[in-house]
Design a protein around this ligand. Structure first.
Ligand code: FPP
Length: 259
């Protein structure tokens, strides 16, 4: 029964949303959107359900938002699925979160392939369980030739950890003489981060009313536009994403200069 529910076709968009989607495409679209998907626990608590039920529902939102973002023409969607600090949660929750990529990709990989989505992952994957790594590697491999939306999951990702790893790589190169310290530039640092092949996010969304970055893409968000919403991640839908995009389109991005 649950499987049937999970696989069911996603409902069609209403006319208002279709119109908004078309209008948004005329304006400057954010190329890369990053999302801190927060509020799953509160969503479950509000319904007297276990926290993992909120994560399960959050997974349905990932499916919905991925499809819509791809249709709108967003090039990259980075989703913060598990941070280097999330290991501090109760084991039962961590185990569930580690099963979700497998669950998500097991159910939806065929539709992601159909939608021409390319799956990528960033984070320290050495510490992930084998079953999680297997599911991820399979999806990354099977979608590597797709050229639609890049769906980039941040899994066991921490921005400070990412920066530490990149500094170590650069120091190593200096010590071995393959680069000199004069060659250390912003571009060089960017090219040693886990996002080296991606553009920087144009728009960051955080759901659930929390207004902080929680160790997410600290370097890459230097000139990103932020959008905070009280909506809990499981309740976030296509109209919420349109709200964020439409607001982004009113912003005057100056990058420290004048416009
Ligand atoms: C934060 O909400 C959310 C997470 C730590 C996990 C995010 C995971 C998903 C949205 C599931 C989708 C994942 C995949 C791989 C498809 P919270 O638990 O901190 O919520 P709270 O602040 O209300 O307690």
């Amino acid at each position: 029964m649950l499987n049937k529910l999970m696989r069911k076709k996603q409902p069609a968009l209403n006319n208002d949303l279709l119109r908004r989607k078309e209008l948004a495409q005329i304006e400057q679209l954010p190329s890369h959107i990053s999302i801190i998907m927060d509020g799953n626990g509160r969503w479950a608590k509000n319904r007297s359900l276990p926290r993992v039920a909120g994560h399960f529902e959050g997974m349905q939102t990932v499916r919905k938002i991925t499809k819509f973002a791809n249709e709108v023409g967003i090039k990259t969607l980075t989703l913060y699925a598990f941070s280097t600090e999330n290991w501090k949660r109760p084991k039962i929750e961590v185990d569930y979160l580690m099963k979700l990529p497998e669950e998500f990709l097991g159910k939806y990989l065929p539709e992601l392939i159909e939608q021409n989505v390319q799956v990528q992952m960033m984070g320290n994957h050495d510490l992930l369980p084998e079953h999680t790594k297997r599911a991820i590697n399979k999806a990354v491999e099977q979608t590597s030739h797709n050229n639609g939306l890049i769906l980039n999951f941040a899994l066991n990702y921490g921005s400070r950890d990412e920066i530490v790893q990149s500094v170590k790589q650069i120091v190593n190169k200096v010590q071995h003489g393959s680069i000199s310290s004069n060659e250390i530039t912003e571009e060089l640092i960017s090219s040693h981060l886990m996002t080296k092949e991606l553009s920087e996010p144009d728009l960051l969304i955080r759901t659930s009313g929390e207004i902080r970055l929680s160790n997410f893409m600290l370097w890459q968000l230097a000139y990103t536009e932020f959008w905070f919403t009280d909506t809990l991640w499981p309740d976030f839908d296509e109209a919420c994403l349109m709200d964020a995009i439409e607001n982004y389109q009113t912003r005057n991005r100056k990058y420290g200069g004048l416009k």
